[in-house]
Design a protein around this ligand. Structure first.
Ligand code: ATP
Length: 229
């Protein structure tokens, strides 16, 4: 389980997170929702140790974040970070050389799943294809948790469906997924838990199925209530 406990973050004089707490369970898809600038990416980066919290704690399966736990968590940012001059196969080789927990078989399976061509150059990929390759590089790491920042952003409907299929496949099963997205409508059925952020605090934190069963509300319904109230 990823536990974020009373996370506070200040950039200079601006307070972005004012005591955010939530849990993202293994085997579940947890979605961080918030309007632009709510601090979603900041939280993701803090979990990966890429930006320090001003105060608060983050635990992965009970252990404070640090080098020992990073192999168990992979982070898929909202853009590809591999050099544009590389061909896809070179990017995969780079990942294999760099990460001890790289799983070549999984990478090959994902390349096939997304119908990507290993001889294409990263810099020439369309936005949606780059997003798919970005997912390949993150999901082919054998990690217990996967963090994804806006995996559906700017991607056409069919590519989104393809990415959604990965969520339902054994490539994800058993792992904990924490993602941010603006495209909540179509992706709602993939999400187990939603955490709504605003003004640096958690407005709502709920299990989607229980919310549907108990109150007949979709995630979008709860978002309307929370953000338009
Ligand atoms: N390095 C930084 N220095 C100063 N301010 C920053 C820095 N990084 C982020 N911020 C500010 O922190 C706030 C939260 O940013 P963050 O990227 O976490 O939001 P977000 O919820 O991911 O937004 P979006 O939905 O637009 O991606 C924003 O107002 C942003 O301008």
């Amino acid at each position: 389980m990823i536990e974020v406990i009373e996370a506070r973050k200040r950039y200079w004089r601006r307070t972005i997170l004012q005591g955010v707490s939530f849990k993202a369970e293994k085997g579940a898809v947890t979605c961080l929702i918030g309007l632009n600038g709510a601090g979603k990416s900041t939280l993701m980066k803090a979990i990966m140790g890429l930006t320090p919290l001003t105060s608060g704690r983050i635990l992965i399966d009970g252990h404070p974040i640090g080098p020992a736990v990073y192999e168990r968590v992979s982070f898929i940012p909202d853009h590809l970070t591999l050099p544009p001059s590389m061909k896809l196969w070179e990017g995969l080789r780079f990942m294999a050389d760099f990460y001890a927990n790289w799983n070549g078989e999984k990478a090959a399976e994902l390349m096939k799943f997304f119908r990507l061509s290993a001889t294409d150059r990263i810099g020439n990929l369309s936005k949606g294809t780059a997003a798919k390759f970005n997912l390949v590089t993150g999901l082919a790491l054998d990690s217990d948790y996967v963090l994804m920042d806006e995996p559906f952003s700017g991607i056409d409907m069919f590519s989104r469906e393809m990415i959604a299929d990965v969520f339902a496949s054994d490539l994800i099963e058993g792992r904990g997924v924490l993602l941010t997205t603006h495209e909540i409508g179509e992706m709602e059925h993939l999400i187990d838990q939603a955490v709504l952020l605003a003004d640096g605090v958690v407005l709502r934190d709920f299990k989607c199925e229980a919310m549907r069963d108990a109150e007949g509300k979709s995630v979008v319904d709860v978002m309307r209530e929370a953000y338009l109230a």
